[in-house]
Ligand binder design. Structure first.
Ligand code: NAI
Length: 707
């Protein structure tokens, strides 16, 4: 049982005790139901208080039960809430710290509510593609009014209890406690008051009995639906929140409850909801490394040094400054430092101008930043992140210097995107302290951080880097050492397919539009123009030497030979008006592609959007399967996190691996075999990876490999 029963004189206290957040799992629900029965049967008890132990009243559903049948096993949450509401003795909810989801719904079934100040109150179900499913959409509008309730439900964001208490005429909180310390005493007093009123013949107040109306009725809900539809175009849940709250204003309470239930159950089965729930679990899983226990000791990181003040060095430094950690940037020349510092200032000042950052906070952050040209000045850094030119000779020089100067026990990280982290580690006498921290550009904005684990990287180094990554608000995913790690290794296959599609008959805009309609933030060609087509060119030149057997479309090389590097040169796959970022289809590029096709002797064909999407996405999936097999990624959901947070993969599709499971691995493999028969494609690449074949043979999915 994870709910306890105690009696304080004539008041029974039920305490949820399911750490860390008092999730309403089966044993907690059973505990509440049993304690309630006991309180009702005990003649000495006149009223009941329900509260949460530790650092939450309750955060709602128990994530350990997520998606399992246990979550719905009796007594389910609705039954427990009904039982509280039907109690013949008054029930007071004593709320504090975190009152979310099912936790808030539970309290709405009580007769009275008292809250400590500072409690975060939310119905976050919409973030998982759902609506509140235990009366939240029916009781909350009755408690605080239709508009505030809908705002809370549609945003899923927390609001502080004292703000909600200020809503005129609200019935959510009967009392705001003076402090968290006095909450229980005040709750017991409120319970006794309630018992006295009840004994004097006053009926127990129930939110379900209150009226629920909006003065503008239909007009307001139409307006709300239009607003919400525009903001959440790929997700059905926000509009369903509006429908459910509207039902609260138009239907009898029990009918509204039935409507909410039916909507909740239907949403549960939608691909969007499955994707969001997958993302929720994947995000938490990514922070765990199978062979590095959660209690692995961590090293202290109080001072950071960044080597190189270029594109990446500046952005990386900002992450630490934003988290209040002092940074020293080291460069070769003063001019480079000045340039880097000016860029950091410009970035912060733009945030200040937009009202996103306060001037004094900006100044506090800049005060944490220092610069130097001498290694001696960073000798006592706890973490050094190298972001110098991508040349192994330069990396060698830097790491030998770091090894000679930096204090023992410091973590030495490289931001390399293509070089061998093991080789870099071997430039030092302390390879156990060396790790890859692969940030994505712009490093102060992008959520993804690939933590690259070298052969000799120590476990406490990994644990520390994962923790510091979290502190600077990154999504950290561990990758093994290989060319391109997880994300870039996969994107190379995606780009190759994009090139072949041009050769076979597509235009760049057709490919971009197809994959953008699928939900990607940006198609491969618009992306290339943004990042600079010369980056891929440099990588291909290297590939032509290293892997001469591998075929690439030459269209991208021809484009670069024309000097069309993208937005920075005013022309790439598309044309750009001076100073503008709108991609305009380019006749010059179309003609270049046609000439190239003729030279190859390819007769262009109409290619359906479906084939474009399948070839691009399944290219990611097949390469990812090789990555998993080689142990470069620990689990399929980690790969999904990389693509969702670093590559603009549509969130409502849940990432490439989740999407492949959704389509069905059999269908994915069949499509791959079909592509292998295309004479203009790469038959070798399209052999389904051994892992996919094995999963198919065993009747399993990628999800079965998540741990
Ligand atoms: P960058 O060329 O903008 O900056 C490199 C900076 O390092 C320059 O300011 C240069 O003066 C400085 N530098 C060079 N040698 C040095 C030395 N021996 N000591 C101190 N400073 C030195 O390059 P960028 O784009 O910032 O890339 C840096 C690293 O980050 C590379 O390893 C790159 O592969 C990696 N990376 C780059 C990404 C990008 O999108 N630009 C994304 C992820 C990783």
């Amino acid at each position: 049982m994870t709910a306890h029963y105690q009696v304080h004189g004539d008041v029974a206290v039920i305490t949820l005790d399911n750490p860390p957040m008092n999730g309403l799992g089966l044993s907690t629900r059973q505990g509440i139901a049993r304690a309630l029965e006991q309180a009702i049967e005990d003649a000495a008890v006149r009223a009941i208080v329900i509260t949460g132990a530790g650092k939450a009243f309750s955060s709602g559903a128990d994530i350990k039960e997520f998606g399992s049948p246990k979550a719905y096993q009796d007594p389910n949450l609705i039954s427990v809430i009904n039982a509280l509401e039907a109690s013949p003795k008054p029930v007071v909810a004593a709320l504090h710290t975190v009152v979310m989801g099912g936790g808030l719904e539970l309290s709405l079934g009580c007769h009275y509510r008292i809250t400590a100040p500072g409690a975060s109150v939310a119905l976050p179900e919409v973030k998982l593609g759902l609506i509140p499913g235990a009366g939240g959409t029916q009781r909350l509008p009755r408690a605080i009014g239709v508009e505030p309730a809908l705002n809370l439900i549609v945003s899923g964001e927390p609001v502080k209890s004292e703000l909600l208490a200020q809503i005129p005429g609200q019935k959510l909180f009967d009392k705001l406690a003076a402090s968290a310390d006095s909450l229980m005493d005040e709750a017991l007093a409120l319970a006794r008051e309630a018992a006295a009123k009840h004994a004097a013949g006053e009926p127990l107040p129930r939110l379900r009995d209150l009226p629920c109306k909006h003065p503008q009725g239909d007009g307001y809900f139409q307006f709300a639906r239009n607003m919400v539809r525009g903001m959440a175009k790929h997700f059905p849940a926000p509009v369903k929140c509006v429908d459910a709250v509207e039902a609260a204003t138009k239907k009898k309470f029990d009918e509204g409850m039935a409507y909410e239930r039916e909507t909740f159950v239907n949403l549960m089965m939608t691909p969007e909801c499955m994707a969001l729930r997958h993302l929720f679990v994947a995000e938490r899983a990514a922070s765990k490394i199978p062979d590095v226990p959660a209690d692995t000791p961590q090293r202290t990181v109080a001072k950071v040094a960044v080597i190189g003040a270029g594109t990446m060095g500046g952005g990386i430094s900002m992450n630490f400054l934003n988290a209040g950690i002092p940074v020293t940037i080291l460069e070769m020349k003063q001019e480079a430092l000045d340039r880097g510092l000016a860029t950091i200032r410009k970035n912060y000042e733009a945030q200040v101008a937009k009202g996103k950052l306060k001037q004094d906070i900006y100044e506090q952050r800049m005060a944490l930043l220092s610069t130097t040209l001498k290694y001696q000045d960073i000798a006592d850094a706890d973490l050094v992140i190298e972001a110098v030119f991508e040349e192994i000779g330069v990396k060698e020089q830097v790491f030998r210097q770091l090894d000679a100067v930096i204090k023992p026990g410091a973590i030495l990280a490289t931001n390399t995107s293509t070089l061998d982290v093991n080789k870099i580690a071997a430039f030092t006498q302390r390879p156990q302290d060396v790790v890859g921290m692969h940030f994505f550009s712009p490093a102060n904005v992008m959520k993804l951080l690939e933590v690259v684990r070298g052969e000799k990287t120590a476990k406490d180094v990994l644990a520390t880097v994962m923790a510091i990554g979290k502190k600077i608000k990154k999504t950290c995913v561990v990758a093994g050492v290989c060319d391109g790690f997880i994300g870039n290794r996969m994107i190379e296959q995606y780009s190759r397919q994009a090139g072949f599609l041009l050769e076979e008959g597509c235009t760049p805009q057709q490919v971009d539009q197809a994959i953008e309609k699928f939900g990607f933030a940006m198609g491969p060609f618009r992306m290339g123009d943004l990042a600079g087509n010369d980056i891929g060119w440099a990588i291909r030149k290297r590939r032509y030497v290293e892997k001469p057997h591998l075929r690439y479309s030459k269209t991208a090389d021809l484009l670069c030979e024309m000097g069309r590097f993208g937005q920075k040169t005013g022309a790439g796959w598309y044309d750009y008006a001076p100073g503008k970022r709108d991609a305009i289809p380019s006749p010059v590029v179309v003609e270049m592609i046609e000439r190239h096709r003729q030279a190859l002797g390819i007769t262009p064909r109409q290619i359906a959007d479906e084939e474009i999407v399948q070839r691009l996405v399944y290219a990611l999936v097949n390469e990812a399967a090789h990555i998993l097999e080689e142990g470069i990624a620990s689990r399929p959901s980690d790969i999904d996190m990389v693509y969702l947070t670093g590559y603009g993969f549509p969130v409502h599709r849940g990432g490439p691996m989740h999407y492949a499971d959704f389509v069905g691995l059999f269908n994915v493999a069949e499509a791959m075999k079909r592509f292998a028969r295309n004479p203009h494609d790469d038959a070798q690449f399209w052999q389904p990876a051994p892992l996919i074949r094995r999963l198919l043979a065993e009747g399993k999915t990628f999800a079965d490999l998540n741990r």
